[in-house]
Write a protein that binds this ligand. Structure first.
Ligand SMILES: *Cc1c(COP(=O)(O)O)cnc(C)c1O
Length: 466
């Protein structure tokens, strides 16, 4: 399998290449040149497999020659062995139509672990072969940072520099990052928003002062390997609910459009997906883009669901490329226009292609609180604010009653205890595996929202490529 850039001019790479590269050198994102397809019989044959085995089967066509099937299976067994639930991503039934897919049983309590536990192992595998050193730079609205740090802390050949917007992540999220004291982990709090942090990180990939000396790698969902690992749980859930013999709808709390794009990939592979519901909070650029074709950046409003407080969704570019005819030159021009004016209109092909599978909804703060309350009072489940936004959108979407609707529960409620307690009167307890988070020492550097200051800080501490 080889991978091409959405902007048409970066070289094609194999799976090992895209895993280490992150962003393409032309500023685009990598996608497989063609989608592997599974027939209904092939999908039916996957029913009942243990999660790690299912993961290896779904991912093998994307990994191609980069790993043998036996080695890939060893890595998935190791990655998913650290989850606190043996089903890895268990399903819970809420009512006659609605289900929760619990993606938060990994070490840092959010769905990011599902992909990043594997990505940490893939980095080690591929870097060991080339004897290179990787400098990971990342921006986090909270959960990517802790999951990535857990996945690479103490590993040889990797340094990680993680930028978070100071004061805009929850206490649990911050401590899960800053209490990891391994020498290869560098936390940076910037005086700005998540979008500012993400823009800095994107700029580093194109900065010759950094890329000439360091191999810069990505753990954000611009990294294809992350999305690939997330495709698996769409299959796992749908198989349990009767796929390939009946279609399933999914509602996905969305920020950077990575998780829901993995659902799109599952559909392109042949999984019968009735609809993908993109759930946003008041930071609703994706809801506006999907419902009116207007992709224009607004101001970020901080909310109780900080991992969705995003106004530029990197992975949306992958969808625009795929449904818009896979024309890299045209998309490069469209994205250059967006980067100059912070606004663009979708083409008719992009709008119609997206509308065939996607729906969207915007949840107000009250909708989120009511959804947390409903899940607790009607179903006895405590859910976090992000999952609640997904559940609100799922219940509002008007999906045919015969179709099961699965809401992705993206974080453990104990990551956001204040919002859950306000809505239910119950304070969710941190699971024991997280331990004494509030007693541990923190380490973090504050930097201004200034590209040169951040780039200099990293250059002074990172290890050169060789
Ligand atoms: C990252 C995150 C999201 C958003 O996922 P994307 O892939 O960026 O769309 C939603 N909920 C939680 C809890 C997250 O950590």
């Amino acid at each position: 399998m080889d991978y091409i850039s959405t902007r048409g001019s970066a070289p094609a790479l194999d799976f090992a290449g895209v895993t280490l590269a992150g962003l393409a050198s032309d500023g685009g994102l990598y996608l497989p040149r063609a989608w592997p397809r599974l027939s209904p019989d092939e999908i039916a044959a996957l029913a009942g497999l243990p999660y790690a085995e299912l993961a290896a089967r779904i991912m093998q066509p994307f990994v191609g020659e980069s790993l043998s099937p036996a080695r890939l299976r060893e890595l998935t067994v190791a990655a998913y062995g650290r989850f606190a639930h043996t089903a890895v991503t268990p399903l819970r039934q809420l009512d006659a139509q609605h289900w929760l897919l619990e993606l938060f049983h990994g070490p840092t309590l959010a769905f990011k672990d599902v992909a990043l536990q594997l990505l940490g192992l893939l980095f080690e595998e591929f870097l060991g072969r080339s004897e290179e050193h990787l400098t990971i730079v990342g921006a986090t609205s909270g959960d990517t940072g802790s999951a990535a740090i857990d996945a690479v802390a103490g590993r040889a050949r990797v340094d990680i520099f993680m930028l978070h917007p100071k004061g805009r992540v929850s206490d649990v999220q911050r401590r899960q990052m800053t209490t990891v004291l391994a020498p290869n982990v560098h936390n940076i709090a910037i005086a700005g928003t998540f979008d500012d942090a993400q823009a800095m990180v994107k700029r580093m990939f194109g900065d010759p002062a950094l890329t000439s000396r360091f191999a810069i790698g990505a753990v954000n969902s611009i990294n294809w390997a992350r999305l690939m690992a997330q495709v698996v749980y769409y299959f796992a859930a749908a198989l349990q609910l009767g796929a390939p013999h009946r279609p399933i709808a999914f509602s996905v709390p969305t920020g950077n459009f990575g998780d829901v794009f993995a659902g799109y990939v599952a559909a392109r592979m042949g999984l019968p997906v009735e609809r993908l519901i993109v759930a946003t909070n008041v930071n609703d650029i994706l809801h506006r883009a999907l419902s009116t074709g207007d992709y224009s950046q607004g101001q970020v409003t901080p909310t109780a669901a900080p991992s969705m407080d995003i106004q530029v969704s990197s992975n949306f570019e992958r969808l625009l490329f795929d449904v818009g005819g896979r024309d890299g030159k045209a998309l490069a021009a469209q994205m250059a226009g967006f980067e100059a004016s912070r606004a663009m209109l979708l083409t008719n092909a992009q709008r119609e292609g997206a509308a065939a599978l996607f729906a969207s909804a915007r949840a107000e703060p009250g909708d989120m609180t009511r959804a947390i309350g409903w899940a607790w009072q009607q179903c006895g489940e405590l859910i976090d604010p992000h999952s609640a936004i997904g559940l609100h959108a799922a219940r509002a979407a008007g999906i045919d009653r015969a179709v099961p609707v699965v809401t992705l529960a993206t974080a453990h409620p104990a990551k956001f205890p204040e919002a859950v307690e306000r809505a239910t009167g119950q304070r969710p307890a941190l699971p024991l595996r997280v331990g004494d988070l509030f007693e541990r020492e923190e380490r973090c550097t504050d930097l201004p929202c200034d590209y040169a200051a951040i780039a200099d800080y990293i250059a002074a501490r990172a290890s050169p490529r060789h």
